[in-house]
Design a protein around this ligand. Structure first.
Ligand SMILES: NC(=O)c1ccc[n+]([C@@H]2O[C@H](COP(=O)([O-])OP(=O)(O)OC[C@H]3O[C@@H](n4cnc5c(N)ncnc54)[C@H](OP(=O)(O)O)[C@@H]3O)[C@@H](O)[C@H]2O)c1
Length: 167
């Protein structure tokens, strides 16, 4: 964690450790919840983090989800994300869902020395990507919106840049 002026380090706290999570978010106004690793208890872990925020009187939760989150998504990660979104919506806390597209760094890491990414997508394909910096900018903009009746409350924000992947 970087040293930032005016910032206070807390934790580490695992999402499934209620006491540690509560201590980590104590007196915080906003919890930015990045979805955790894909474990068999992922939803439970996310729910525990949300409950810790409620118990610590955190004002709102910003949840970093995934574009295409849906109960019927073919991509299983997107189903986990949708279930967490549902939990959050029913939890009775101010919240915003931030559905980022796929990380631009993922195909970049897969590219060969000719910047070619090979995959089972057919001859050509489209992909919607975002950079981590863009995700950080969006999270920051929403976190800094302190309007008590913010347009971001209960909103689902989806964003990605559209690019072409082709052979
Ligand atoms: N949109 C996309 O293209 C895309 C791509 C890859 C992943 N994702 C999803 O986005 C999320 C973040 O991915 P990432 O690549 O940024 O992962 P990452 O680099 O591993 O970062 C996740 C962060 O959350 C923490 N974390 C994970 N599980 C936790 C838990 N149970 N309790 C407390 N902290 C926990 C990790 O802590 P530690 O470092 O201590 O483990 C780490 O700081 C994941 O849910 C992943 O499935 C999305």
């Amino acid at each position: 964690m970087p040293e930032l002026p005016g910032a206070e380090r807390r934790g580490p706290a695992a999402y499934d450790d209620a006491a540690a999570m509560r201590a980590a978010v104590d007196r915080a106004s906003t919890l930015v919840l990045v979805s955790g690793h894909r474990t068999k208890r992922r939803l439970e872990e996310h729910a525990n983090a949300v409950e810790a925020a409620k118990a610590a009187c955190v004002n709102r939760v910003l949840y970093v989800s995934l574009v295409g989150a849906s109960p019927t998504a073919t991509y299983l990660n997107a189903r986990d994300q949708w279930m967490t979104e549902q939990y959050l919506a029913a939890a009775g806390i101010r919240h915003t869902v931030l559905r980022a597209g796929f990380y631009a760094s993922t195909p970049a890491a897969l590219a060969d020395e000719n910047f070619l990414v090979s995959g089972p997508g057919g001859g050509t394909g489209r992909v919607a990507l975002v950079t981590h910096a863009d995700i950080a900018n969006v999270v920051t903009a929403v976190a800094l919106d302190d309007d008590p009746r913010s347009k971001h409350d209960a909103a689902i924000l989806e964003w990605a840049f559209r690019g072409e992947l082709c052979h």
